[in-house]
Design a protein around this ligand. Structure first.
Ligand code: ADP
Length: 263
């Protein structure tokens, strides 16, 4: 609390009263600290790839270019790091548009099972690369959602990509869809590394990662879950998580169903 006071005096300069203003600055300070932390995080995330790109380029210019093999391996690193920066900037732009409500949501009615099938097909190569088994528990009930299809696709993609990333080779990933009264519940489970109990409440925070090095190795930006949560909340839904270290993780996406079932 910040206190400011003013004396009320009469014409003889005698104190007749006092006005005390108490101001709650905790919320303001909290926001200010969050902003500072965010800027520090962004700078740090950009600094690492920039330093790498710069030093590899300098080494190439200093003569390493003569060796064809070194040249191509260095260029690959530069390419990977540039991709990382591009992903980071694109995720940041998306978050900022969501924050300032500048993202337009194109609502339409669509069948959630079909969307899940599309997303899974697009990720087929990633599943194969890690030799994961996919178990699809779709509901034949034609569950219709009223939402922004592209954005819900992105939510599913972010969470499924995480399941693939944070599960060692030969894992099992299941996707189940269930209707619960006015909601559809999409569960995405893996039997991967899991999330420690103390980290669970923080994983939706921007840049929060359980293991920074692992996330970076997997090409993550630390923003995927915050974007997903933002989008789901804009639809009047919610994302829940259950996890146990070395056993696996389940994300549950709860979305309101469209009012009319006929399209
Ligand atoms: P990242 O780009 O690091 O994957 P996210 O915002 O998508 O960022 O996720 C934040 C963190 O939550 C990850 O770094 C990871 O520590 C944890 N996480 C997310 N999904 C899973 C999962 N399926 N299994 C284990 N940990 C996960």
């Amino acid at each position: 609390l910040r206190a400011n006071f003013v004396y009320l005096k009469n014409e003889n300069n005698q104190v007749k009263g006092l006005i005390l203003v108490l101001q709650d600055i905790t919320e303001h300070e909290k926001l200010d600290n969050m902003r500072k932390e965010f800027v520090a995080n962004v700078s740090h995330e950009l600094k690492t790839p920039i330093t790498t790109v710069k030093s590899y380029t300098e080494t190439l210019l200093d003569g390493a270019m003569e060796d064809k093999e070194i040249c191509s391996s260095f260029l690959n690193v530069i390419n990977t790091e540039s991709d990382r920066m591009a992903r980071l900037v694109s995720d940041l732009l998306q978050l900022s548009r969501l924050d300032y409500k500048k993202t337009s949501f194109n609502f339409s009615r669509f069948d959630i099972d079909n969307l899940i099938k599309d997303v899974v097909n697009k990720l087929e190569i990633s599943f194969k690369e890690k030799n994961h088994i996919l178990k699809l528990g779709l509901n034949d009930e034609n569950i219709i959602i009223n939402g922004d299809k592209d954005k819900i696709e992105q939510v599913l993609q972010n969470i499924l990509t995480n399941a693939i990333k944070y599960t060692p080779q030969n894992g099992i990933i299941s996707v189940d869809v269930k209707k619960q009264k006015k909601y559809v519940l999409i569960s995405i489970s893996d039997n991967g590394v899991g999330i420690p109990k103390e980290d669970i409440p923080r994983i939706f925070e921007r840049f929060y990662r359980v293991d920074k090095a692992r996330s970076r190795d997997m090409g993550g930006t630390g923003l995927g879950l915050s974007i997903a949560k933002h989008i789901v909340e804009e639809h009047g839904g919610d994302i829940l998580v259950q996890s146990e270290v070395e056993k696996g993780t389940t994300f549950k996406i709860k979305l309101p169903v469209g009012k009319n079932v006929d399209m």
